[in-house]
Design a protein around this ligand. Structure first.
Ligand code: 26V
Length: 833
């Protein structure tokens, strides 16, 4: 708890010699915190609750960004500057306070100021409720990219939705996941600035009318059934020590006043209020992005809401620059973060053709030059499609526009491939093979000048599988940009001890120039003293995590054991249950030969399952069931522990990555587009056990094959086995250890005799095993044995750990952003002014 603070007179401010809105000395910060507490929170130190203090400190920090922020807004008005518009249904920003202090370079002074007020900064940092406006990798990538865009001085706006309820909070009850609504706005959000006057109208439903305008031109008017408005909420995104700020602009839906009044005037007050409720539901809740179920009208409404508010905003900025609409693409490069905002292609056409009365061909050229599309998944079922009737009901005008785009597009395809009707059907924006659907990836690809995957392997497989026909048609559009993560949040902020050690050795430029600088620690791998300190940092991080685990789950872990961690969304393709099979195998080994020497391990899992994804929820239950048996068994005490860390989110991740010895990246080859957790672990000195999947391939190339634990089938081998006819039961029949583990799960060994509980999971593995756990089982077990034997040699392990960090330069999101600038957006980062 925050201690009772020292008494101070608010009415007699100290003369700090600085502006208390902008000054960064301890004295100014202290005075500013008191001012904000009094004037914004309406509170005195004596009465302040922990959240009042947090808000006052947060406001104080925000004040220090506003000069730069206003400068950034002015920069947006400059006609010469091209702006990156990152359009994303998710931004998983994580807690702001610590990061903003770090980037502004005022952590120490603030800590001191807060201390003088009788408080601890760390206790205020934990007060912050993180904005969980994303599901996982895709949303967090958007957040890392915002950090790099700002730091590299690229003018950018991240456009998203201000969900009232972000990703649910996860609780574990009786081993099952329970979802709790995420009321992140409950205590207020000090980082955002509401801009009620930056608002746009959004139409839904209704029908279209065709007419001839005064010049006899054919035009279409959309008569909507419902109109709502989107209001902008701006959050400044500060650069790392660069006096630069970018903008995160999130839209909240509200009722249109005239609508309310209309109903009100005819005396139907309740109808007016109903309208308001319906309008406000558009931005109410974040949906899972990895749930197989499709077809929620509200989700399509959300996507369109995001897209039209953002494009109308961009057009308004462009026109305010005094430029004509026909040069729109010179002002904005729009990046579509997967297909969720891909309706932007049709919406930009609608705005240009229907609203700005532009000819189709010119409008299409502008659209193609403006848009580019990032694909984030190879799973065929992840390719977004909308049922035609649903689409037509929600966005009738867009359906017409999509038909017209398709007609012209397919005319071109027919010219290029005469008589190839199969290809025409495969390429069409409309799937007509059964029930009709709009194919969003095709819309995004046809309307973009660049299409990229997120790792070398993924980009390559895209051109051979899900987007093959589009690649044949437009080979020059396809590029790769391997994902990256920001070393600011993922090392400097969350791993203070490692940061201090690295900085003591090579200075602090690595935080800003990670790509070039971090390799300077490589020679230190040979320095025994450095290795000793490195080992100590890891041990301390493990102790801190152990304390949190004890507090949250009651499980006591041994910090001398190998911390073997898998944190990510729960999904069959990510194979958390393969990890479980290894745990059961080790458990059985010890049970059979209790005297044998094994390297003690603590297996830590974390991650959320989509609420409607039954198998993923069953995997969570399995992990907890195995944990329940293993953790109680005296025969394995001191050697095996299993923990499910509840509610994996950005805040918890800060404690988890720095404490890992081993990072589990064990997806079926060819299924994980890139991964970004793999990078965060490795940057914090964990070694990876992984398949040749996603960015693992490139991580292994960078850190050196000898510093990476590789196992499993390759993507080609997975494919070949599938083609030949994969028989999981063959592996079960021929491998006694595997058979024993599966039989135990099936017999209820881990579920109090309730064998039926895991039957769907076991049945799936034995009869289908779409993600080939059984094929990779033995290779995984053998690889884990290699991990243990290397861990026995601590000197070797620590050396490998140092080399992993030293060689992670490529995976800074600064490198990714540079590649987007060079190869996609054609933007030169702006030099500081
Ligand atoms: C979508 C679906 C839809 C239905 C069935 C299952 C399923 C599974 C996954 C997805 C993925 C949605 C897009 C996504 O979040 N992709 C993630 O993007 C990260 C950032 O590029 C990348 O690191 C991850 O590998 C990738 O899964």
């Amino acid at each position: 708890m925050v201690k009772q603070s020292q008494k101070r007179q608010i009415s007699s401010p100290i003369d700090t010699g600085e502006n208390t809105r902008t000054g960064t000395s301890t004295a100014s910060l202290k005075q500013a915190i008191l001012d904000n507490l009094y004037y914004i929170q309406g509170c005195t130190p004596e009465l302040a609750m922990p959240n009042d203090w947090y808000m006052a400190v947060a406001r104080t920090v925000r004040d220090r960004m506003l000069d730069h922020f206003i400068h950034a807004l002015k920069r947006l008005q400059s006609p010469k500057v091209k702006i990156v518009s990152y359009l994303s249904a998710e931004f998983l920003m994580g807690p702001h306070l610590g990061n903003n202090l770090l980037n502004l370079g005022i952590t120490d002074q603030t800590r001191e100021a807060v201390k003088e007020l009788g408080l601890e900064l760390d206790e205020l940092l934990v007060q912050e409720e993180e904005p969980g406006l994303g599901n996982g990798g895709l949303g967090r990538l958007a957040a890392c990219y915002m950090d790099s865009l700002a730091t590299m001085n690229v003018p950018a706006i991240g456009y998203g939705i201000r969900y009232e309820f972000g990703i649910f909070d996860q609780e574990i009850r009786d081993g099952w996941q329970i979802e709790k609504t995420d009321k992140w706005l409950r205590l207020g959000n000090p980082w955002e600035i509401c801009r009620p006057e930056t608002s746009y109208e959004v139409n839904f439903g209704g029908h279209t009318v065709q007419y001839l305008d005064d010049n006899g031109c054919f035009r279409v008017r959309w008569i909507p059934h419902r109109v709502v408005k989107g209001i902008a909420y701006d959050t400044p995104v500060p650069s790392y020590r660069n006096d630069m700020v970018d903008l995160l602009r999130l839209w909240k839906s509200e009722a249109i006043e005239s609508f309310d009044f209309q109903a009100f005037n005819v005396g139907d007050y309740y109808k007016a209020v109903d309208e308001k409720v319906i309008s406000e539901t558009v931005s109410k809740v974040l949906y899972p992005n990895d749930e197989p179920e499709i077809g929620k009208t509200l989700r399509l409404a959300q996507q369109y809401f995001l897209v039209t508010c953002s494009l109308q905003d961009m057009i308004s900025i462009h026109l305010m620059r005094g430029k004509g609409i026909e040069t729109f693409h010179e002002s904005f490069a729009v990046q579509l973060n997967d297909t969720y905002p891909s309706i932007a292609v049709a919406e930009l056409m609608r705005l240009l053709v229907d609203e700005h009365l532009m000819g189709w061909d010119t409008a299409w050229q502008i659209t193609e030059k403006t848009m580019s599309y990032t694909n984030h998944s190879l799973l065929p079922e992840a390719l977004e499609k909308w049922s035609l009737p649903l689409f037509g009901r929600t966005l009738p005008r867009h359906l017409e526009i999509i038909y017209e785009i398709n007609r012209r597009f397919l005319d071109g395809v027919r010219l290029r491939y005469p008589g190839d009707d199969g290809r025409v059907a495969r390429l069409s924006l409309i799937d007509e093979s059964g029930e009709k659907y709009v194919r969003m990836a095709h819309l995004a690809s046809v309307g973009s000048h660049r299409i990229n995957g997120v790792s070398a392997l993924h980009s390559n497989l895209l051109t051979k599988t899900v987007l093959k026909d589009l690649y044949d048609l437009y080979p020059d559009r396809f590029v790769n940009v391997t994902n990256g993560v920001t070393p600011r949040r993922w090392i400097a902020l969350s791993n203070a001890e490692l940061t201090a050690l690295i900085t003591k050795s090579i200075g602090d430029r690595w935080i800003r120039y990670f790509e070039d600088e971090i390799r300077k620690i490589e020679p230190l791998a040979d320095d025994a003293g450095f290795r000793e300190e490195w080992g100590k940092v890891k041990r301390n991080n493990k102790s801190r995590l152990a304390a949190i685990i004890k507090e949250r789950t009651g499980v006591v872990t041994d910090t001398d054991s190998l911390f073997d961690i898998q944190v990510k969304r729960i999904h069959e393709y990510k194979r958390q249950h393969l990890n479980v099979l290894n745990i059961i195998t080790l458990y059985n080994r010890i049970k059979k030969d209790p005297g044998q020497e094994i390297i003690p391990r603590t297996f830590i899992f974390g991650g959320k399952a989509a609420p409607g994804y039954f198998m993923a929820k069953l995997i969570i239950k399995l992990i907890n069931s195995v944990a329940g048996v293993v953790n109680k068994d005296q025969d394995v005490a001191g050697r095996l522990k299993v923990v499910f860390f509840p509610d994996f989110n950005v805040k918890n991740a800060h404690h988890i990555y720095p404490a890992a010895d081993l990072s589990e990246q064990i997806s079926t080859a060819g299924k994980e587009a890139a991964g970004t957790g793999n990078m965060k672990f490795s940057m914090n000195g964990a070694l990876t056990i992984g398949t040749l999947d996603g960015a693992n391939v490139e991580i292994r190339e960078e850190v050196g094959h000898e510093n990476f634990f590789l196992f499993g089938l390759t993507a080609d081998e997975v494919h070949d086995q599938k083609v030949k006819g994969y028989n999981p039961r063959g592996y079960y029949d021929s491998n006694p250890h595997l058979r024993e583990a599966i039989d135990q799960i099936r017999s209820g060994h881990f579920s109090g005799g309730h064998g039926e509980l895991f039957e769907p999971l076991v049945d799936n593995l034995l009869n289908h095993d779409p993600f080939m756990l059984l094929a990779d089982y033995q290779a995984y077990i053998d690889c884990q044995d290699r991990v243990s034997s290397v861990y026995r040699d601590q000197e070797r392990w620590v050396r490998m750990s140092i080399l992993n960090v030293a060689r992670m330069g490529k995976f800074s999101s600064d490198r990714s952003i540079r590649e987007y600038c060079d190869n996609i957006w054609k933007i030169n980062p702006v030099k500081g002014e």
